[in-house]
Design a protein around this ligand. Structure first.
Ligand code: AMP
Ligand code: MG
Length: 486
């Protein structure tokens, strides 16, 4: 009965890959599931209808206690370089319940996170705490609304069981929706099987699922590398655009689809500092704001290594071929980054001095600890709080130069502002607001703050009467520290 109303359309294909790549295993049932938040809008977007389903039934489905018909739960195996060190990993606390097909034939993984132990748990409990799961929900939905490719969040269900960390925390399960969970680390894991049939099976599966046009290509493995390189450059430029610091760019947290995945210690930069790091475990700044493109390239090198057996029978020739592709990364990235920054400043057409103008502003922001997001809002006349910093003489000089540049080439401010408004968010998930909202949810059992924040982050490029309240950086965020969501 429920099934008919909801409209699941499962077609599970990943489980047909060689057994080495996955384990067929069910989530561990939980004691007392309770719906904390459910994303009705996302469910509608993917052609599911939960409008008439009671919260209790939603809780029972998305806790894994009552799996939908047609689901076949699996945990995926993968490996990855974590902070540069190679490790065998896998879904240690995640179960994919199946691939749901939307009316427009989009194939989406429906995955639980925090749903119990699997063969990849490595002595950990397979569970997740409520705070980090709500954090992923909040930030991934915000990234989606910022127009950045990302996995999404459908539900957070409390399990009614405690998870033991430094203290006892409330347990929860997040439902993640992704165009797939195939990672660089999935290929690394296939490679170490030393069985080319396994690697080829994963490769064919990936091409079929994500890039079917490449099937026709003479050199599909090479084309896949080039395509993923382009996708990842686009993604990291988007992160740089909004000041997002992913925090844990291990190769197992980089998707082949080009979606942002794994919202652990991520956070948005406030005052501009290229070395911004939030994660407590990132002692050397490997995943700092500024290092993100460098690490993207490093991860792509690991991806290229995994593809080598499919590139050429002669390893040396293969290495030469992929090296030539990877060599293009710095120039391609820079071109994309400049294009993106030009949009942030509304710079139309070409001017050889544009890069200098961009760098000069960033240096000023860094030196004066100006807020990254709000500085662009100020230039768009969309920053409504008082801030003396913008009366600073060097900034005024820079702004004059910028205005002259805007008015050159038969252009005008109006045209520029139109472009700027499409790429510069007026609001981002400010760290103090995220913390406050999560605190309310975990300590006071109230979702009010989370819902308020979700509402304002839904339309980050347009203002309403509430928007400007969220531009405040009144609390010092200099020492903001985030933790991996385990
Ligand atoms: P992450 O830092 O979330 O990317 O996770 C890295 C690896 O640790 C993945 O293989 C996870 O599945 C695993 N993992 C993280 N937390 C847990 C947990 N509580 N129980 C089992 N495995 C976990
Ligand atoms: Mg991960």
């Amino acid at each position: 009965m429920l099934e008919k109303q909801i409209g699941w359309k499962f077609d599970n294909t990943y489980s047909k890959l060689p057994n080495y790549m996955l384990s067929k295993i069910n989530p561990t049932p939980v004691k007392n599931p309770e719906t904390v938040i459910f994303n009705h809008e996302l469910s509608k977007d993917i052609d599911l209808d939960f409008s008439k389903i009671k919260n209790q039934d939603i809780a029972s489905i998305f806790s894994g206690n009552n799996l939908p018909e047609g689901s076949e739960t699996i945990s995926q195996a993968y490996a990855g370089h974590q902070f540069g060190y190679f490790t065998i990993l896998g879904d240690g606390r995640a179960h994919m319940i199946g691939e749901h097909i939307t009316k427009s034939k989009k194939r989406l993984d429906i995955q639980f996170k925090g749903s119990g132990q699997t063969p990849y748990s490595r002595n950990a409990d397979g569970r997740a705490a409520l705070g980090p799961m709500l954090r992923e929900y909040l930030i991934s939905e915000s990234m989606y609304n910022l127009g950045i490719p990302t996995t999404r969040s459908l539900a957070v269900i409390k399990t009614g069981e405690d998870v033991i960390r430094e203290t006892n925390l409330k347990g929860a399960i997040l439902t993640r929706v992704a165009s797939s969970h195939i990672r660089v680390g999935t290929f690394q894991y296939a490679l170490i099987s030393k069985d080319e049939k396994i690697l080829k099976a994963l490769f064919d599966y990936t091409i079929n699922r994500h890039y079917p046009d490449l099937k026709e290509s003479l050199f599909p493995a090479l084309e896949l590398l080039k395509t993923v390189l382009d996708k990842q450059i686009e993604l990291v430029c988007n992160w740089m655009r909004v000041g997002f610091v992913h925090g844990v760019m291990n190769t197992d947290n980089m998707t082949i689809s080009g979606e942002t995945i794994d919202y652990g210690p991520c956070a948005f930069m406030d005052s501009y500092d290229p070395r911004t790091v939030f994660s407590s475990i990132d002692k050397h700044g490997r995943y700092s704001y500024f290092n993100q493109p460098i690490i993207t390239k490093w991860n792509l090198e690991r991806f290229a290594e995994s593809l080598l057996p499919l590139i050429d029978d002669d390893n040396k020739v293969g290495i030469k071929i992929v090296t030539d592709v990877l060599k293009e990364f710095p120039e391609k990235y820079k071109k994309n980054w400049i294009e993106m920054m030009k949009k942030k400043l509304g710079l139309i057409s070409e001017d050889p001095k544009d890069e200098e103008l961009i760098v000069e502003l960033l240096s000023w922001m860094h030196k004066n600890k100006a807020d990254y997001t709000n500085t662009f809002c100020y230039l768009m006349n969309q920053y409504k709080l008082k801030n003396e910093i913008y009366n600073e003489s060097q900034f005024i000089l820079w702004k004059k130069k910028w205005e002259n540049r805007i008015n050159s080439n038969n252009s005008c401010l109006k045209k520029s502002l139109k472009i700027m408004r499409t790429v510069n968010p007026l609001v981002i998930p400010r760290n103090h607001l995220v913390e406050e909202a999560l605190n309310h949810a975990t300590e006071k059992n109230s979702l009010n703050k989370i819902n308020e924040l979700l509402k304002v982050l839904k339309d980050p490029y347009n203002s309403n009467s509430e928007t400007y309240k969220y531009q405040s950086t009144q609390f010092s965020e200099k020492n903001y520290v985030t933790y991996c969501g385990t």
